[in-house]
Design a protein around this ligand. Structure first.
Ligand code: FE2
Ligand code: FE2
Length: 202
């Protein structure tokens, strides 16, 4: 396991919960990729005069769409189909709970997007290492370098646009919020499912 900068790590037992319904996991994963692409596009549009943002975020949106296709293809190969859009309680609560202490809006958007990438990356590592299905494990292993690049991109963008001390301070606040929100997210076969119920079952 890589030494992630997250304030709380997901226990490996989490994999057994999410792999109970691999098709549901893949459908949720596909939606996460689609959402990541649209987040990159929305940020790009909002800051369309910043050539660097436009360049890096358009490349990222294209990668997220390629990941979406990979997840959908894996789902279809297993006889599944893409489910309807569902709310993502983890991402919604993270955005909502960061509000009361909100920093600069763009800084928060970049840092929260980076945190969601980082948590997803942690989950992909867990899935790559713990899934019983070798094909699915390989899918997640293959996505790791790209998702790692996205997390680094958001971090780099935040540091290039804002004062370093401000970024550090805000990132520390958001890391604490994210750890609580990730742990308490609802259980189930989803990329951002929480692990609090696993602790309660021990
Ligand atoms: Fe992705
Ligand atoms: Fe990503």
């Amino acid at each position: 396991m890589k030494p992630f900068k997250l304030a709380a790590l997901t226990p490996p037992a989490w994999v057994a919960m999410v792999e109970e319904d691999a098709n549901a996991l893949l459908s949720d994963h596909a939606h996460c990729e689609l959402k990541a692409a649209s987040t990159a596009q929305a940020l790009l549009l909002k800051h369309r005069t910043n050539a660097r943002l436009v360049d890096e975020l358009s490349a990222m949106a294209a990668e997220e769409m390629a990941h979406f296709r990979q997840a959908v293809e894996a789902l279809q190969a297993r006889g599944g189909e893409l489910g309807p859009v569902e709310t993502n309680p983890y991402a919604e609560r993270l955005l909502g709970e960061s509000g009361p202490t909100r920093g600069a809006p763009l800084l928060d958007r970049l840092l929260i997007a980076g945190l969601i990438e980082l948590r997803s990356l942690e989950r992909f590592h867990l899935l790559a290492e713990g899934l019983g299905d070798p094909e699915l494990a390989a899918l997640y292993r293959g996505l790791i370098p790209s998702e790692s690049g996205h997390q680094a991109l958001f971090d780099r963008l935040a540091r290039s646009l804002f004062d370093g001390a401000l970024v550090e301070r805000r990132q520390a606040e958001l890391l604490a919020i994210e750890a609580r929100v990730a742990r308490e997210a609802p259980p189930g076969p989803r990329v951002h499912a929480g692990w609090a119920t696993l602790e309660a079952a021990e």
